[in-house]
Design a protein around this ligand. Structure first.
Ligand code: FE2
Length: 448
């Protein structure tokens, strides 16, 4: 058999941090965009070795082992590491034949009694064609404890017939819309070849949830969103969820068209992270579906941490618009679901949101919501001053690209909106456009 070319072209990642373990990820892809063979790999299983160390020179290796990279799963590798110490940095790398991957840094979650501050970033919406992932380079430099991705990691779209000016900054390798497993795989590969995205994955463990564009624009539950055949759509959803798992440091594989997304990650006495799935179980009147809602309300009620962070994809606060009706692709379309969440919400609820490609900050009936802007995806037109005037509970708007950086302890929740001034070329510096702390359920500016 011919020797493989360098197989770690898509970088490394870690995720799903627990006090004693993480998931390590890579995927073998010597020819990542090969149109017919995923990753350019032969259709056989390979055995990849991995090492986890206390230092990035790997002089103090604490664990090592091997893991299969199977053709059925696009030669992705998911290593479940256990037996680690809480709130500790570790470094990891993979080897195959004479090839060695980049080194990733990961970090376990704190133990349940910890009162130490937790530093995390959250991002969403990274349409590759729209620009450079410079925000990730800056987020990676912060080396947070954990990074949240709130959806639209890829966009399934093909190339528009007439791209708008400034919205075709980086070409895709395939100009066709993704509908098949092979196409979704190559779209992830295209994104994951980006150096800034690889740096952010190598800087910290991630906790990820998909939104709609990992599958199809505005899909909802079992329905494609455009009135086309649900049976055809279900095959597409199955392929899309499979490709998502193959490219993310997740703990659980999908089974058919089901992917277990909603989950809970405690980070000591400071914060409980509750990750919700606002797409897969949605129907005409219910955002979460009965099983997830029951679970979520129970988690909110039983959480003993100072902050209960609900990480989810779509706008939670009510919004009135000057001209249009309220958005139905947001919690405004599901007011009864939202009322039940708020009724269960204890003191210390903080909702994190993506989806809308702009920064917003809102006060809720109980708690607050931080809406983070896109990494690159361009926003639609927004009459922000009219929306702020019509919605006094919405306190802040900003229209840059970027990410949100948060530091949380048992007293305080602080969020800084970090932005770049351009994404149509590389190299933008980062700055904090606004900072907030949460005080008695209200938002206070910290930067003015
Ligand atoms: Fe988006």
């Amino acid at each position: 058999m011919a020797k493989l070319g360098y197989p770690f072209t898509l970088g490394v990642a870690s995720g799903e941090p627990l006090p004693d373990g993480v998931i390590l990820w890579t995927r073998l892809a010597p020819d990542p965009l090969n149109p017919s063979k995923p990753g350019g790999m032969p259709t056989q299983t390979f055995t990849v070795s991995w090492q986890l160390a206390e230092d990035d020179a790997f002089t103090k290796i604490v664990q090592s082992g091997t893991a299969p990279a199977q053709p059925d799963w696009a030669h992705s590798v998911h290593v479940r590491v256990a037996g680690l110490r809480p709130a500790t940095d570790y470094f990891y790398r993979f080897k195959l034949d004479s090839h060695t991957s980049a080194v990733g840094r990961t970090r376990t979650a704190p133990d349940p009694q910890s009162t130490a501050p937790v530093h995390f970033g959250f991002v969403s919406c990274q349409r590759y064609e729209h620009g450079f992932f410079t925000a990730y380079k800056h987020l990676a430099a912060e080396r947070p404890d954990v990074i949240f991705h709130l959806g639209d990691y890829i966009y399934e779209y093909g190339k528009p017939a007439h791209p708008q000016p400034g919205r075709w900054v980086r070409p895709l390798e395939s100009n066709a819309e993704c509908t098949t497993l092979g196409a979704y795989r190559n779209r992830y590969a295209r994104y994951k070849m980006d150096a800034d995205l690889q740096a952010a994955h190598a800087a910290a463990p991630w906790l990820v949830i998909p939104d709609d564009h990992e599958v199809r624009d505005n899909y909802r539950g079992l329905l494609p969103g455009d009135g086309s055949s649900p049976a055809v759509f279900l095959k597409r959803r199955t392929a899309a969820y499979k490709a998502y798992y193959e490219h993310m440091p997740l703990r659980q594989r999908p089974t058919g068209h089901n992917l277990q997304i909603y989950r809970w990650r405690p980070y000591g006495k400071s914060v409980d992270f509750i990750l919700a799935d606002t797409r897969q179980y949605r129907d005409g009147h219910d955002m979460l579906g009965p099983d997830q809602e029951h679970w979520l309300l129970g988690r909110l009620k039983s959480s003993a941490s100072r902050w209960k962070v609900l990480a989810q994809a779509v706008f939670f606060a009510p919004r009135k618009f000057p001209l249009e009706p309220p958005s139905t692709d947001a919690w405004d379309g599901y007011p009864e679901s939202r009322a039940r969440v708020l009724a269960a919400a204890p003191d210390g609820l903080v909702v994190l949101t993506g989806d809308v490609h702009n920064n917003w900050a809102c006060e809720l009936e109980r708690g607050v919501e931080f809406v983070g802007t896109s990494v690159t995806s361009m926003p639609g037109t927004t009459d922000a001053s009219a929306i702020l005037a019509l919605n006094p509970h919405i306190k802040f708007f900003d229209g840059h690209r970027g990410y949100v950086s948060c530091v949380v302890d048992t007293q305080e929740f602080r969020a800084d909106y970090r932005v770049v001034d351009f994404v149509d070329r590389a190299g933008a510096p980062v700055r904090t456009v606004a900072g907030f702390r949460v005080a008695d359920g209200h938002l206070q500016r910290t930067d003015v």
